[in-house]
Structure formats: C-alpha cells, structure tokens
Design a protein around this ligand. Structure first.
Ligand code: PLP
Length: 234
C-alpha cells in the first residue's frame, strides 16, 4: 500500500489527467467527479485520502462499507463525504445499503428499485441512484440490457423516494481504452435517447484507472478510480 507522499502525488496526477481530458471535451475539470475506489483499502489509508481532500469514495461491498463508513464519519464529522455503492447489490442488503450510501450506482431491476424506494421512505430519505447498464453482451456482468433501460425508467417514475440521476456501466475489459471508447459513447447515446423521452439523467459514471480519460472525452461525469490512486490491490 502507498506511502502518504505517493498517495498525494498519485492523486495530483489523476486530477491533472481529469482536467486535461475535461478540457479536451469542452468541459470544466469540476464537471467530472473523481470517485476514489477504496475496496480492500485499509481504513487508515482511506483517512489519508480524506485528509488529502478526497470527498467521493466508492465501495463495492455493503459488508466492507458497513465498517468503513461509520468509522470515517466518526473521524471526520461534518466533512460531507459522499459514499457511492459501485458493486452489485443483493436485495437482502438493500436496507443496509440505503442506510450507508449516498448514491447507489448499481440499480439493475425494478424489484431492487422497489426495495430501495421502500427502505428510503422508512428512513425518511430520498435515495439517489444510477441505473447500471450492461453493454457488450457479457453474460457474467450485472446491469440491465440496454433494450430494457427505457421500460425500467418508466417503471421507476412512480417511486417517490428514489432520485434517478444517471447511468453507470462497467464495459467489457480491454487493455486498450480505444476499444472501450465505443461503450462509453454508447452509454452517452442511451442517456440522450432517454432525454428525448423526458428523463433527465445528468450523471454518467464510467471509466476506471486505465481508461478514465477516454471515458471523460465521451462524456463521463464520474470516474471510478482505485489502482491509479492507491496502487495495486493485494
Ligand atoms: C474496482 C472497481 C473500480 C476501480 O478499478 P481500478 O481499475 O482499480 O481503478 C471501478 N469501478 C468498479 C465497479 C470497481 O469494482
């Protein structure tokens, strides 16, 4: 795991690349949120990242997050840390996820959305969510098929305690970001198709350590970066 100095240098480098990619796509650096992905990263390193100014964090398991999130809130009260759930969510963990996470990025069925809506209502909160879309036809991945996106969005309209703010994808892996670019572009097109039906979905969560610059050039508003900030996971 990285030394404090290395962490700060890596963060600076990622921010610099985000800024350049945003400018290449005619946007402001502040239009792209950096979500630091802290799965498997020890709590003390997460805390160093908070001290270095990171405010958006992504975790992919409810269990791991249920230890980290309260510990961070206790250590940095009032610091407005935003926690993103970026891993698949099982329906039996929906209540815990609503309690823990500010933004759940992995909604991929009406049944899960209904559970989240119900738990959010009983928690007295409006749960912010993204819809995870499966692109590239990989059977092993979670997310809804693109042809089911509009029907799902229509169903979600009646859920009063959910705020559907955008789309998320984990495209088929390729070493070469230029090969992944087509999927980033496709997510943006899907967003625009939904907009034509009146759905406002400003957030596009796409791009990881090795391809976030291409994702930003294609319109990402959130990039989920782990390895480039914290080093290889053990
Ligand atoms: C782990 C993970 C990331 C970050 O991956 P890196 O390659 O380490 O940047 C992004 N998104 C999701 C959904 C992940 O599970």
């Amino acid at each position: 795991m990285e030394e404090p100095i290395a962490l700060i240098e890596r963060l600076k480098s990622v921010h610099r690349k985000i800024a350049h990619a945003a400018m290449r796509s005619g946007r402001e650096p502040s239009d792209v949120a950096l979500i630091a992905v802290t799965k498997t990263v020890p709590l003390e390193v997460v805390m160093r990242a908070v001290e270095a100014g990171v405010r958006d964090f992504g975790e992919n398991r409810v269990q791991e997050a249920s230890a980290k999130i309260p510990a961070c809130s206790g250590r940095f009260p009032g610091s407005r840390i935003v926690w993103h759930l970026i891993g698949h969510l099982q329906r039996n963990k929906a209540r815990a996820a609503v309690k823990l996470f500010d933004l759940i990025q992995t909604v991929d069925s009406a049944a899960l959305a209904a559970d989240l809506d119900r738990h959010a209502l009983s928690e007295g909160k409006v749960q912010r969510v993204l819809i995870q879309v499966k692109l590239g036809g990989e059977d092993t991945k979670h997310g809804i098929e693109e042809s089911l996106l509009l029907p799902l969005l229509r169903e979600l309209r009646c859920f009063g305690s959910l705020s559907v703010e955008g789309l998320m994808t984990i495209p088929p892996f390729s070493e070469d970001p230029e090969k992944t670019r087509q999927w980033f572009r496709r997510l943006r097109e899907l967003r625009d198709e939904a907009a034509a039906e009146g759905f406002r979905l400003p957030q596009l969560s796409m791009g990881m350590s090795h391809d976030f610059e291409a994702a930003i050039e294609e319109g990402a508003t959130m990039v989920r970066v782990g390895t480039a900030i914290f080093g290889e996971r053990g």
